[in-house]
Design a protein around this ligand. Structure first.
Ligand SMILES: [Ca+2]
Ligand SMILES: [Ca+2]
Ligand SMILES: [Ca+2]
Length: 279
């Protein structure tokens, strides 16, 4: 969380709130009951602002500072953000974000489908966000190999500090807990490696934003207490000519994800995966 930017961010939010309706590049909000997920100010650059609210006793409390995507092809010398999308659509509980030609390089397209779900059984605010990123090779003749990265910055309890995190034993499944009691989970089924770093000059966003090639190395856990940032890497994805692959990220607040080994046993459908109570 960049506390010193609060004033500037507020000004920008007001600007976007006024100007959003008529521009193709507008950011937006999706909701399910009291639970909302917001693509905020500058959500497509190296500091991809996002909000996740309505999932704690204080419904106005924002649990999420940033979430976004980066990639690196085998020819690249650093990671790059997907950048400004070609189209954005926000309706009800779901959004669809399209990049018809990522980086204008005629290599691949991307489409992110995000759904927010209210998990409150009645008196226990909680919710989840599912993000599925589909990558499609634009070449009809050549395969394409690339690495893809997701970065998330939770600020649980509405505070950037006092967040601790551990890796759960079932895989790429991180649980983050604020000293005030709010907890979250960051799950990336099928990811190759994670990286966790305290917010600052060498945090996960900075690693992805610098001019070097970086590979995540499963370091940084257990974490905290501190200002948590984390990322997931999918290494060496090879898209056949005209082929596609889906990557899934699951964010939950005050709810626990089912263990990854249980999800994939029997080919369970991720889109309908149930969420179970904290244990
Ligand atoms: Ca916190
Ligand atoms: Ca880098
Ligand atoms: Ca944080």
């Amino acid at each position: 969380m960049r506390a010193i930017l609060a004033g500037a961010v507020l000004s920008s939010v007001l600007f976007f709130a006024v100007g959003a309706a008529s521009t193709a590049q507008a950011q937006g909000t999706i909701v399910d009951g009291p639970v909302s997920f917001v693509r905020g100010v500058s959500p497509w650059d190296g500091s991809p602002g996002a909000d996740f609210k309505g999932v704690a006793a204080n419904a106005a409390e924002d649990q999420l500072f940033e979430v976004g995507w980066w990639f690196r092809t085998t020819a690249d010398t650093s990671e790059s953000v997907l950048g400004t999308p070609s189209a954005q659509s926000y309706g009800g509980a779901s959004s669809v974000i399209d990049w018809t030609d990522v980086g204008t390089r005629a290599l691949f397209s991307a489409q992110e489908v995000t759904t927010v779900i209210n998990l409150d059984p009645g008196s226990s605010p909680q919710g989840e966000v599912w993000m599925t990123l589909r990558l499609t090779n634009l070449s009809q003749v050549n395969s394409l190999t690339l690495d893809v990265f997701n970065m998330v910055d939770f600020d649980l309890g509405g505070t950037s500090g006092s967040d601790s995190a551990v890796l759960l034993p079932d895989g790429m499944h991180i649980r983050i807990t604020d000293a005030g009691g709010v907890f979250a989970e960051y799950v990336a089924p099928g990811a190759s490696a994670y990286l966790v770093r305290p917010f600052g000059a060498t945090d996960v966003g900075a690693v992805l934003g610098n001019s070097a090639v970086d590979d995540f190395d499963n370091s940084g856990l257990p974490f905290g207490p501190g200002d948590f940032t984390a990322g997931m890497q999918w290494s060496g994805i090879t898209l056949p000519p005209a082929g596609s692959q889906d990557l899934v990220v699951h964010l939950l607040v005050n709810a626990a994800a089912p263990p990854l080994d249980r999800i994939f046993a029997d080919g369970f459908d991720m889109d309908n995966a149930p969420t179970i109570a904290p244990q």
